[in-house]
Design a protein around this ligand. Structure first.
Ligand code: MG
Length: 157
């Protein structure tokens, strides 16, 4: 078995939709980024890649490549799953934390888990998603952006 860790940050941006875990969140601001800036899905991708020793999404999907402009990060996750499975691994479970003081994300956990499961083929019981607030501390507490951290455990098939 192998474990991987992924971390990502994106600043808020006006006139962008907010996507987290592939779900559109009802909020007046989105996140800035080359893709859809889905910070949670990016952290999950990096955790899975890291576990398999396949570097990170910046290496596979560079942000100066127009193919990935505004792309759904679920497409990147699909490709990450394909790469890791091609290397002979199966994902055991994912545990992720979104760090955001706003918006409130509890009502979206189930939809995010369903979406990630549907795209990745990982059983929903093996996908944990939750959020933490910083209680006003730091840049996230000031409402400047959202961060996410994820672990992935994989094993040889
Ligand atoms: Mg990112």
């Amino acid at each position: 078995m192998r474990i991987g860790l992924g971390v990502d940050f994106h600043p808020f941006a006006k006139d962008r939709p907010l996507y987290l875990g592939g779900i559109k969140i009802d909020y007046p601001e989105g996140l800035a980024g080359h893709s859809d800036a889905d910070v949670l899905t990016h952290a999950i991708c990096d955790a899975i890649l890291g576990a398999a020793g396949l570097e990170d999404i910046g290496k596979h999907f560079p942000d100066d490549d127009r193919r990935f402009k505004d792309i759904s990060s679920l497409k990147l996750l699909e490709e990450v799953i394909r790469m890791v499975e091609a290397k002979g691994y199966r994902i055991i479970n994912i545990d992720a934390v979104i760090i955001a003081d706003r918006p409130r994300l509890g009502p979206y956990y189930q939809a995010m888990r369903h979406k990630i499961s549907a795209v990745s083929g990982i059983p929903i019981e093996a996908i944990s998603i939750k959020a933490k607030r910083t209680e006003g501390l730091g840049l996230i507490g000031e409402g400047k952006g959202i961060a996410a951290i994820a672990n992935a455990l994989i094993e040889e098939k």
